[in-house]
Design a protein around this ligand. Sequence first.
Ligand code: PLP
Length: 453
Amino acid sequence: MADTKEILELERRHFWPPYTQASVYFASEHPVIERADGVFLYDTEGNRYYDMISSWWVNLHGHNHPVINAAIAEQVQKVSHCAMASLTNEPAVRLAAELAELCPPDLSRVFFSDDGSTAVEVAMKMAFQYFHNKGVTGRTRFAAFTGAYHGDTLGTVALGGVDLFHKLFKPTLIPVHRAPAPPCHACPHGRVRTDCDAECFAAIEEALLPHVGELVAVIVEPVVQGAVGMQMYSPKVLTALRRFCDKHDILLIDDEVAMAFGRTGRTFAFEHAGIVPDIVCAAKGLTGGYLPLAVTIASEEIYQSFLGEAGGTKTFYHGHSFTGNPLGAAAARASMRIYREERLPQREERLRAFSEMMETFSDKAWAHDVRWIGMVGALDIKANDGTAFDPALGVGRMVSARALREGVYLRPLGDTIYFLPPLSITRDEMLDMAARVGRAVESVLADIGTLGG
Ligand code: PLP
């Protein structure tokens, strides 16, 4: 067994933690994860934690899955990596074909990269060059929603609309037009997202209309805006946006990095809207959460526009060292096989159990805007009267620490906690996990003296 103290000491000296204020991170001890199985993570001290966030939204079928393990073990004996330039490899090519099969017919061309951010970067460059290839000039800008999150590279940061993460970098960024995200948490039209007519699209249209002549593409997180706080909106907004893009000859980029492969109860979240985007980005769950691999899936029309002479300006000069990595592709093929065969997200009983779990919070006075779609749920921790806590209090952070003691690994977004477990989680596990989360929240609120009836 690893020496916990030694690992933590080495970490304190040499590791730079992501998305975290290091001085806070290193002020307390945290679990050193040694192994994982199903929906559980185990640390070096023998403690067990529910992986309530699928290890940053990546794990699909549970950890240590025998089918994915076997696929990687088999592939590693053959070839772990080879360049995909003048060479090709079977796992990547078969995966591309299988992904095309999973998509509507027109989404037929798969471009590989490494993670969600690179998948979106590829989409941006592809979309821009598509207009160049067609001889259309003046299309140089992208549009995205307020509160958007599309990654951490500078191109994707430009698309982002979460001030905490993105504002600082503004002087370095390409200008992006901003449309107001559907405000479903407090609908100004008095509707609810599950029963509305996308009245908020009028404001989106108003924001975009002055720019249609210069827009390359509008990019969206479909149905759920994740990083800003798992804000959910009506698929009808996407349907209206597709119509708008068609009318003005603008591409629609659908960033499914977080939501693809069943999270929302459909294979791709865009399916809720009955639309077909021009470009789809996927990553995270693609390999079942085992290895970094991403895809940007484009329509045949976009692909065809890139065909031309060798050395000509229609060539897509983009690629990454690990493009089409065979190990990642083998893991992804295994994950997609499990996905196809088990149809986990579509199983009614699992979706019902998830609803049942989320409903356990509906009578908690501190749980506000309890919301879910498919197997993604969230709630905002607030005072009983709905007043948000002072962010300086760090209620979310306290809940996260307390939840670890209750055996649950969660990552709050401010004071929003969300439930995005592996799709393989059972009903009993869901209900047990939710009860532990409830205890963690209530013990924090009792400590700060705000736990009421
Ligand atoms: N797009 C969306 C919608 C995301 O949620 C994320 C990450 O959370 C990304 C892109 C970036 O993915 P990655 O962290 O793999 O670069």
